[in-house]
Design a protein around this ligand. Sequence first.
Ligand code: GLN
Length: 244
Amino acid sequence: MKLIIGYLYHDLMNIYGDIGNIIALQKRAEWRGIEAEVKYISIGDSLKTGEVDIFFFGGGQDLSQELVAKDLTKGKGKVIKSEVEKGVPLLSICGGYQLLGDYYQPFDKPKLKGVGLFPAYTNASNDRMIGNIVIQTSVISRQSSDLVGFENHSGKTKLKKGAKPLGQVLKGFGNNGEDRTEGCIYKNAVGCYIHGSLLPKNPRLTDWLLQKALEKKYKKDVVLEPLNNEIELKAHNKAISKFG
Ligand code: GLN
């Protein structure tokens, strides 16, 4: 089996080590004998339906977000949205997450139109929400689990009525530092503020994305071969221990 990982705006939206998410997806596929190819997609590149099996969209500063938001309106935003509607999995972090909502309003610049994938919107604020974060989620497996990482954003994301948060904040700020929600999930698309990078320390989420991609592409139930997660879980628990 083979998966194409679509790395959206890799050259503009890749801060705080977000490329670690691509590496985690690639390695956890390859360790199971599944070929994983990265397709780099940026400004001016074409994107057709069926070309990508998992999308990744990392974080970025306001200037990069301005350039990317404009490019998304030229066609790629519509393709990403329609692929997610068909069940293609996606992971977006911070700046990428913000651009997949209805809009991102930077502090002192014009509003950036979003893709409208997540029922959410973001306004920049005077607060800098920065530090380690732990959330509890029950969307990636039947029993609830936690996700750990690092956040650094001024944007406050509010979820619209009916939107499903990725989880509840146990430690840290999350979407906005006010309503204890973090992230958003829509079909197999995940948006959140968790850098770190997120996936290397949260192997269950990596496997959830891989499984959804394989099931969508090969139209069958997929049981991923278990891997030895000793190092990943050591990093996960170390991150949690930072909260004392
Ligand atoms: N510029 C956005 C904010 O500060 C996103 C930053 C990021 O991607 N870490 O909220």
